[in-house]
Each structure stands twice: as C-alpha cells, then as structure tokens.
Design a protein around this ligand. Sequence first.
Ligand code: IMP
Ligand code: MG
Length: 179
Amino acid sequence: MSTICLHNKQFKSHISDETIDAAILNVANLINQDYKNKKPLFLGILNGSFLFVADLLRKIDLECEISFLKISSYSGTSTTGEVKELVGLNEDISGRDLIILEDIVDTGLTIDSIFKSLSGKGANSIEVATLLFKPNAYQMQYPIKYKALEVGNEFLVGYGLDYDGLGRNLKNIYIINED
Ligand code: IMP
Ligand code: MG
C-alpha cells in the first residue's frame, strides 16, 4: 500500500481513482435523470471541488451551466469573530435550478452557510452534490441529495482535498496514518 508524507504527517492510500470515478458516474446518472428537460446551474465551491467538478461535468449530458464560488472567511469588525461570505456569484439565480458541488461535507457548517447565502435569491431549487460525506460528523438537518461516497470521520487528502494546502493534486484519496 502506498504511503505519502505531506508536511509532517503520513497518509496511506484509502480510495482508488477507479472507485472515485465509478461513484461520480453514479451521481452523474442520477442528476441526468432528475434534471431531464431542465437546465441546471452547477456551482462549484473552490478550491476543493475543482477535480470533482471537472470529472462530474464530463459525465453530464444535460444542457447546463457551470460557475465557481469561493468562501472567504474574515474576522468581522464586531465581536462575533469569523464571518463567512460567498464571493464570485455573478449570475442571476432567480428561477434557476442550482446544484452546489462540494468536495466534502463534514459537520455541514460550510454547506449550511452557502445555502443561507443563496436562499432568498429566487432560485427554483437548490440541491447539493458532494464527492465525500461524513455521516457521523454531519450536524445539520438539511438533506444532502447527492453523495458520491460516504466516509468515516478520519482526515482525508487528495483529489481536491488538502492538508494545509498540500495534496489536492493526488488522484487517489489518502487517509491520515495514526499509527
Ligand atoms: P464542514 O463545514 O465541517 O462540513 O467542513 C467543510 C470543510 O472542511 C470542507 O470544505 C473541507 O475544506 C474541510 N474538511 C473537512 N473534512 C476534511 C478532510 O477530511 N480533509 C480535508 N478537508 C476537510
Ligand atoms: Mg472545501
């Protein structure tokens, strides 16, 4: 089994590129069926979703659009601490069927804040498709409609996911080596 080192930590191979590809094909097939005769607007959340978006979209046979958003976190001037803001949304989303594309949904706090920023802008529908889902960590009520792969709570890297900036380019997914 292949082991890699990123910064000071060891990771071992966990999910192969073939498994990732098959799981993405399942999600693409579901979306192709569910959005027949619709023209969805996919919204990829940077940076982590870039490979998932590229591989998923090549399996989508619908008329569709794709745009990318970024979450910028900054410390507010008030006492409330961290504020999260969605940047890069230039499209008019009123009446559109949105599909948010994420690399991973863990506690769900991030997707919840994205959902809140997008709701109230007149979209016809908003769904989430995530490459990875951590069911035992998820704390939100909002259902995640499309989950390519369910994983445990361990820290993962590769295929878009990073450990302190490194590892996004790896074609397989690796799990932190605790031993
Ligand atoms: P959440 O807000 O707890 O759902 O976490 C979302 C964000 O935390 C993701 O978009 C990732 O950037 C990061 N994250 C959560 N779990 C992992 C992991 O296992 N590896 C790398 N990043 C992760
Ligand atoms: Mg992310």
